[in-house]
Design a protein around this ligand. Structure first.
Ligand SMILES: [Zn+2]
Length: 278
């Protein structure tokens, strides 16, 4: 499933391509024909994201609300096909202008909603570490939920009402980076540990936006952060991880075998030696 950094980059790219234009909106597949008709020809005011949710605001208080779910994609063609780009596969929604075509396929949510409904959706979501300056991204809002829960921290980090945007890869990697046992209950976590998890996510997610890869291994984190600081182009040819999808392999730090178990419906990965209980 795309994590928050993917949605953040997608919202930015849609905003760049379509803000201020009045695209022709259609549903080549037909399932979204009614919604597309409500948007077509209206001006795009802004495209934004919060966690894994995407909102494209159109003039007239109409907002396209999208959640990609597990398999959804929203691709932008930046060449000038003038809307003549052939439709490939099941395109739920297409934006077309003279300069850009964007195709949405396989989303979990694709709906036209009011700004009030957007507020309702946002109210159900936790703080987004990609927007640390936003008043809604106060990490104490997440802490209030974490410290009341006896669920494992690995499960709480995936709960979008606790924290918005973090998925399976970031939760496993960040818990390893901070040597936190993934099954530690929220109400047994120290506040300073939560603060460290939040700070790590705030530092890591922008590197994901910049590289389109989840960068968590210290050498790569340093390399990407340095390149961004210097304003250089970032090129990462390989993606490494500490624990994600490394079950049975040796831990990079201690050599123990990396373990895996299903938590919150997804495979969690951790090192039983580096991330001890207690
Ligand atoms: Zn280890």
């Amino acid at each position: 499933m795309p994590e928050g950094h993917t949605l953040f980059a997608l919202a930015r790219d849609l905003d760049t391509a379509f803000r201020g234009t009045s695209p022709e909106v259609s549903s080549p597949q037909g399932k979204f024909a009614g919604g597309a008709a409500l948007l077509s020809g209206h001006e795009v005011v802004e495209a934004t994201s919060w966690g894994k949710h995407l909102f494209v605001e159109f003039a007239g208080d109409r907002v396209l609300w999208v959640h990609l779910g597990l398999i959804g994609t929203f691709t932008i063609d930046t060449t000038s096909y003038a809307g003549e780009l052939p439709v490939v596969g099941q395109v739920r929604c297409r934006f077309a202008t003279d300069d850009h075509v964007a195709d949405l396929r396989g989303p979990m949510v694709c709906d036209v909603v009011t700004p009030e409904k957007v507020d309702e959706v946002l109210a159900r979501l936790g703080p987004d570490p990609l927007r640390p300056a936003d008043p809604r991204s106060d990490p104490d809002l997440a802490w209030a939920r974490i410290q009341r829960s006896s669920k494992p921290i690995a499960e709480l980090l995936m709960d979008q009402a606790v924290l918005a945007g973090v998925g399976n890869v970031y939760r496993s990697e960040v818990l390893f980076r901070l040597r936190v046992h993934p099954f530690r209950p929220g109400n047994k976590l120290q506040r300073r540990t939560w603060r460290a998890i939040w700070a790590d996510l705030v530092a890591l997610l922008p590197l994901g936006v910049a590289t389109s890869k989840i960068v968590t291994v210290h050498e790569q984190v340093d390399e990407v952060a340095r390149a961004l600081e210097a304003g250089e182009e970032v090129r990462l040819t390989s993606r490494d991880s500490y624990v994600y999808k490394r079950q049975g392999e040796a831990c990079h730090v201690c050599g123990s075998r990396i373990r895996t178990q299903v938590v919150a419906g997804r495979n969690l990965f951790w090192c039983g030696n580096c991330q001890r209980r207690g």
